[in-house]
Design a protein around this ligand. Structure first.
Ligand code: SAM
Ligand code: SF4
Length: 476
């Protein structure tokens, strides 16, 4: 296990780039000059160029309803023009909630004696994964507390087990991880087990707040170890990394700048930005009092999502089931590219609990516990293509999300066919009758938009092979 704060264990790029960036000054900038720059900044985003911190600050300063609507409109257009209408679906799987940290906002913190502690054994993992497969999931994120027993080798072993499980016609094709930051050697171990994305949330980029909510005598109390966590992952060849901030600990606008600064730092030093950005909002949790924190209202979280889409156009944007269905629906258009669905975050929750949430068993309360089938149907009704695609990572197209912009026709030739074939598999194998009917209409409409060429003929043949020959997992 790494000795934290030993500079030999940090990445080659480690330094406090947040302190250097001068975020308070950027947020205090001159309102009139910001207003004058708004259209130029939006135009730059629309040309798919990442924004600088001062340009992001211009978007954050917008206050008037018409200005905010211009930002929302631009985020919707960028999402539509660049990514199309695909939304990738995944589910979280909590493996263990033992934790030596004491994060004030989390039910799993060590001082919370009222929570049920548990680590899934091999049989438990099998039954949870089978339940997820039988609902149609193909992508999971495994979630761990921070504890000496959750070593990189143990995490890698859990990943290998998850990949090995089969149920019906299904298998998990991509395993992502959300766990404590590791040292280079640890990341190499999870890389060897075929990790998809390694996700670490900084929680807050504001150092004083970070110190307030993470006691210094804990591992997580080390701000730099965490800030540097995904850079070490990239150096150890885990090039798909996810960053995030827990909105509600400090001023949301500061966190947006922090996320943009983090993205720019990775881009500058490793020539690869974050694969995904998350903006989870604080939720009620067992034994947690949220008073005195920086509550973020619905309007502000929508602004945060839209501004992140515009500022880091090549990063995927994750909206979790922490948010309620109504808001998720509204936010979907503002640049979101991935959502979880049918999520349960109690340990063993996919088989052992009923429809209601059990607060003593979960990290926080979810806002959306609709089934995967219901969420899929809602997406279809709203004109999105639910996608279970995992092709890029399996074909070694990792760390290069930028490809979607750089290679002409990439989305039409790769992403759309892969989204439609994985949706077709879902409809045939798992969907309710109602969802299947809605899905078939969407597939037909999407096919009509494609030019008549060799690629389309091949796609039509793949869809036929899925339906008639029971073939699965055909991808570009
Ligand atoms: N223990 C690891 C860590 O802290 O990095 C793994 C992640 S933790 C199980 C997943 C994430 O849940 C945390 O990074 C935090 O952002 C989020 N979280 C914790 N408490 C929360 C709450 N009350 N509401 C919403 N999200 C919360
Ligand atoms: Fe432990 Fe993570 Fe919860 Fe902090 S957020 S108490 S590290 S599980």
């Amino acid at each position: 296990m790494a000795i934290i704060e030993n500079e030999n264990n940090l990445s080659t790029s480690a330094h406090d780039f947040i302190a250097e960036a001068g975020l308070p000054e950027l947020l205090a900038g001159d309102g009139a000059s910001h207003t004058a720059r708004l259209d130029d900044v939006i135009a730059k985003s629309m040309s798919k160029e990442p924004l600088s911190l001062s340009e992001t600050a211009v978007l954050l300063a917008a206050q008037r309803p018409q200005q905010i609507e211009r930002i929302f409109d631009a985020a919707r257009r960028l999402k539509r023009d660049v990514y199309g209408n695909r939304i990738v679906l995944f589910a979280p799987l909590y493996i263990g909630n033992d934790c030596t940290n004491d994060c004030v906002y989390c039910a799993f913190r060590r001082s919370n004696k009222g929570i049920t502690r548990r680590t899934l054994g091999e049989e438990d993992i099998r039954s949870q994964v089978e339940a997820l497969l039988n609902r149609g999931h193909k992508r999971l994120i495994l979630v761990f507390g921070e504890h000496p027993s959750y070593t990189p080798d143990y995490i890698a072993q859990c990943m290998r087990q998850v990949y090995s499980i089969r149920a019906g016609r299904g298998e998990i094709r991509r395993v992502n991880i959300n766990a404590a930051p590791m040292d280079h050697e640890g990341y190499a171990a999870v890389k060897a087990a075929d990790i998809g994305t390694y996700q670490i949330f900084q929680e807050t980029y504001h150092r004083q707040t970070y110190a307030k909510v993470h006691p210094p005598a804990t591992r997580k109390g080390h701000y730099m170890w965490r800030l540097d966590g995904v850079a070490r992952a990239i150096e150890a060849d885990c090039v798909d990394v996810g960053i995030g901030a827990l909105f509600g600990l400090y001023d949301w606008r500061y966190e947006v700048l922090g996320l943009v600064a983090h993205s720019r730092h990775l881009q500058k030093h490793y020539n690869v930005g974050p694969h995904t950005i998350s903006f989870p909002r604080l939720r009620p949790a067992h034994g947690v009092t949220l008073d005195g924190l920086h509550t973020v209202d619905d309007e502000s979280i929508k602004r945060a999502a839209a501004i992140l889409r515009l500022a880091v156009p090549y990063a995927g944007s994750i909206l979790t089931a922490r948010e309620p269905p109504r808001l998720r629906r509204e936010m979907m258009a503002l640049g979101v590219s991935q959502i979880d669905a049918g999520s349960r975050i109690e340990l063993g929750g996919y088989t052992e609990v009923g429809d209601a949430q059990v607060m003593e068993r979960e990290q926080f309360e979810l806002g959306d516990i609709r089934s995967l089938d219901e969420v899929t149907r809602q997406l279809l009704a709203d004109g999105y293509t639910p996608s279970f695609c995992t092709a890029c990572y399996r074909l070694g197209r990792t760390g290069e999300r930028f490809m979607e912009f750089a290679i002409p026709g990439f989305i039409q030739q790769m992403c759309t066919p892969n989204a439609l074939t994985t949706l077709c598999e879902y409809l045939v194998d798992y969907a309710s009758e109602e969802t299947r009917a809605a899905g078939e209409i969407l597939i037909k409409a999407e096919l009509e938009k494609l030019p008549h060429d060799r690629r389309k003929t091949e796609l039509l043949d793949r869809l036929r092979r899925i339906r008639e020959n029971d073939e699965r997992d055909l991808y570009y």
